[in-house]
Design a protein around this ligand. Structure first.
Ligand SMILES: Cc1ncc(COP(=O)(O)O)c(C=O)c1O
Length: 524
């Protein structure tokens, strides 16, 4: 007997109709309301005493009965002890219980400002009421979700909207759920459309962690131990057209994949770089895959980051990827936009109509989330807000470079901002240089944690280090960030960066604590 069989056999209700039978349309679902014909006597009795029908899954009770601490223990025991260890060590094990807009709230009602944004997924902010309402409408509309073989009604509507705002003329949209899945689809499209095998990607590029996406990811710490990856690849420096020219010249490259701004490190290419990439790709018959999974939909203060470089007017990528913001922070959704010629190569006949697909990609909730995100972004002018607040935040933070010798630069576009630190120079700063060297010798990734950790513990601000072995902090808050939120972030960073300019001092103890913890091994 299987587990589920034995459950049914032991269940006292197995011979009766489903206990929580759906009400016929129009039946009010309020306590004391007349019961529906399918209800059991047990159900009728319970519903007169309580608004919760028996058999109802009670999420609120489940959450109330399991403290956030217990949930962290479960994470440690059953999911990823190493990650749980990191959260505890850096003080990110905060028991959040609610979130709204750019804020998270802990058990005691303390408010935290979110400059991390779930890795840049929140364009419209957390739990936006319009998006939540749209999802609730979809759930209660008894939609014919996932027909499998059948008409998917909402996907066409979202595809049409994406094509209308795309930077250039695209014809078709292929949906997926995660960003890396979208990358894999684009790589396959490129191989079949060009009949070539090879991919070129950039040093420090991040395109995700499926085997395909990892093969074109230039952050090598993610690749270690997972090889052999796709063999026909070549890595070149970012923002280097001469290197690209050389890499493509043999005309054997299917695609060059590139981010308009690299997420790891927040590296912004020179003006004209992306246009130059497009021209070289056209010259050599290579497809340009532009990965706007993180930057697309307003993050950089334009709908698409490539628009800063004129895309949609004088040039356009061949394939465009978008994901994070499209989810509304709730329903994983990614999309691959391409022209008809690329699409036709993948789907040349009815025999080939399902060559690239996945089970959940066009599920109704994801499509509704995407449509609602675009609606909110337009009605609330969220792209304009990202541009205005982002410029204010970046410029105000850049002014701190005059004040602090270790803050080398502040860069970014819209609400994708980086603060880069550097070893202090000059006799006057010799003690700071000693601290810098000690910390970097212990671990080249630690310095920024000395800022991130007090930002969280002392100022209740979430932020992140921009990548392995980088002295760069990254801010990617929800795009609904207000000027007041920006002012709070500036004040907190001013205080935190100020404190780390005293050596020796308590801020440098953070590094000592972390360097010990970093090497700790976890038992299964
Ligand atoms: C530019 C870029 N491409 C691809 C990905 C991978 O997306 P996912 O984590 O949803 O697979 C990311 C994720 O951070 C990203 O920033």
């Amino acid at each position: 007997m299987t587990t589920i069989d034995s459950y049914i056999a032991s269940s006292p209700r197995r011979a009766t109709a489903p206990v929580y039978a759906p009400s016929p349309p129009g039946t009010p679902s309020i306590p004391g309301a007349p019961s529906s014909p399918g209800q059991t006597p047990e159900h009728q009795h319970a519903s007169s005493a309580s608004p919760t029908p028996p058999g109802r899954f009670d999420l609120a009770a489940l959450l109330a009965g399991n403290s956030p601490r217990h949930m962290l223990d479960l994470h440690e025991r059953h999911i990823n002890p190493a990650m749980a260890g990191v959260l505890k060590t850096i003080g990110f094990d905060v028991p959040f219980v609610r979130a709204q807009g750019a804020y998270l709230f802990d058990e005691s009602g303390n408010r935290y400002l979110d400059c991390l944004g779930g890795y840049a997924v929140f364009a419209c902010g957390r739990n936006h009421p319009v998006i939540a309402d749209a999802l609730a409408q979809a759930l209660h509309a008894e939609l014919p979700n996932l027909p499998g073989i059948g008409i998917v009604r909402l996907a066409g509507l979202l595809a049409k909207e994406l094509l209308a705002i795309a930077p250039g003329k695209f014809d078709k949209v292929q949906f997926a759920s995660g960003g890396a899945e979208a990358v894999d689809i684009a790589l396959k499209q490129a191989r079949i459309a060009t009949g070539r095998e090879k991919f070129v990607f950039c040093h420090r590029a991040y395109h995700g962690l499926t085997v395909g996406a990892l093969s074109v990811t230039g952050n090598h710490e993610f690749r270690e131990g997972f090889g052999p990856l796709l063999a026909a690849t070549a890595e070149i420096p970012f923002d280097d057209l001469a290197a690209l020219d050389q890499a493509l010249a043999k005309r054997d490259v299917a695609a060059f994949i590139v981010e308009p701004i690299q997420g790891k490190g927040v590296n912004i290419p020179s003006a004209g770089y992306l246009k130059g990439v497009s021209e070289l790709c056209t010259k050599y018959g290579t497809l340009m895959i532009l990965d706007e999974i993180q930057t697309g939909l307003g993050r950089t203060g334009r709908w698409w980051a490539c628009e800063h470089d004129g895309a949609g007017t004088t040039w356009q990528p061949d394939v465009l990827l978008v994901a994070k913001a499209l989810s509304g922070g709730s329903m994983p959704t990614s999309a691959v936009l391409c022209r008809n010629d690329v699409h036709r190569a993948v789907f040349p006949s009815m025999n080939h109509c399902s060559r690239i697909q996945n089970t959940f990609s066009m599920n109704d909730l994801s499509m509704v989330a995407g449509l609602a995100v675009l609606h909110v972004m337009r009605t609330e002018r969220i792209v304009e807000n990202a541009a205005a607040v982002g410029t204010y935040l970046r410029d105000s933070l850049a002014a701190l470079c005059q004040k602090y010798c270790m803050l080398r630069s502040v860069r970014g576009r819209g609400l994708m901002i980086a603060l880069e630190f550097a070893r202090p120079s000059g006799l006057r700063n010799a003690p700071l240089a000693i601290g810098w060297d000690l910390l970097h010798k212990a671990d080249p990734s630690l310095f920024c944690q000395s800022v991130i950790m007090p930002l969280m513990s002392d100022h209740r601000i979430l932020a992140q280090v921009a990548g392995h072995r980088l002295d760069v902090i990254k801010l990617v808050p929800p795009l609904v960030f207000s000027k007041q939120d920006a002012d709070d972030t500036i004040a907190a960073l001013d205080a935190t960066i100020g404190a780390i300019h005293h050596f020796p001092g308590p801020m440098w103890e953070v590094g000592k604590k972390l360097s010990g913890a970093a090497v700790r091994r976890f038992k299964n």
